[in-house]
Design a protein around this ligand. Sequence first.
Ligand SMILES: *Cc1c(COP(=O)(O)O)cnc(C)c1O
Length: 341
Amino acid sequence: MFELDKITRPNILTLQPYSSARDEFTGSKGIFLDANENPFGELNRYPDPYQRELKKIIGGIKNVNENSTFIGNGSDEIIDLLFRIFCNPGSDKALTFSPTYGMYDVAAGINDTELIKIELNKDFDIDFEVIEPFLSDPSLKLILICSPNNPTGNCLNPEVIKKILEYFNGIVLIDEAYIDFSETASFINKIESYSNLVICQTMSKAYGLAAARVGMAFSNSSIIDLLNRVKPPYNVSELNQKAAIDTLKRSDEFESNKKNILAEKEKLLTELQSLNIIKKIYPSEANFFLVETENANAVYNILAEVKIIVRNRNEVVRNCIRITVGSAPENEALIKVLKTI
Ligand SMILES: *Cc1c(COP(=O)(O)O)cnc(C)c1O
């Protein structure tokens, strides 16, 4: 059985969180002489530590409660916080599936936690039998699942993910950074069905707000409380909260940009398929393609020379490069160069 208190680090359970001036008095009107702020200027006041206005808008879009929502300084902060809350440095373990997002490795390393990496199968999916033996290890606290997966682009089998959620007594993070581009359903409506489930999404990709660093976590309120206890009090700046709110209010722009990217994705796919140097294009539910070429290093270098930068994933999947879907002129420029190789 999953018991949150049993898998949370003891020092986090007993932690007395920092109580900010804005925790003690939450009204927005008054004479504020409580936080040693400067009375002059435009950005002189500390931001809302719980980003209430932003959460309200997100709640309306995603159909989740404010106390089931956490905002991080990018989803990278959320990933780091999960390690800090659940993995005792030096003794606990986390598990992920390779190839996947490189930050899991970095976050594990920073938190002195061994990261077990299970190879995805030939379809870049999880075989439950392969990970089943790991699930009963009491030192395994956190499983990180990226779906749609970066850099492969596919979604992982939801039935297998559900089995992991059922059989594992630790935390399961599903990183849905690319879910807005995908036809596969998000797990967001399952956060009350599985008490060990955390979803993270981001405004960095489909919302086009990578510079603002706004990541979202969705989970039951007990896990959200833990995230709130451990985060830096003012982890999302006022400027970033405002940028996120403005972007979310302009939903037509979001929809039309997304449509444009998805249409460009289809065009790019057709063009790539016609090129001899491309050996294989992996199916993608994201805004990028993992493609196998004859020689990834050579292709990467030729493109870089004309200032077209793709991601060389040769070290991760042999002879593969990851290509992000750009604007129409950007994709045309890419194809034009690839045709000359
Ligand atoms: C891009 C990406 C993110 C986004 O991270 P932010 O810190 O929110 O910008 C998260 N997870 C994966 C798998 C990604 O590819």
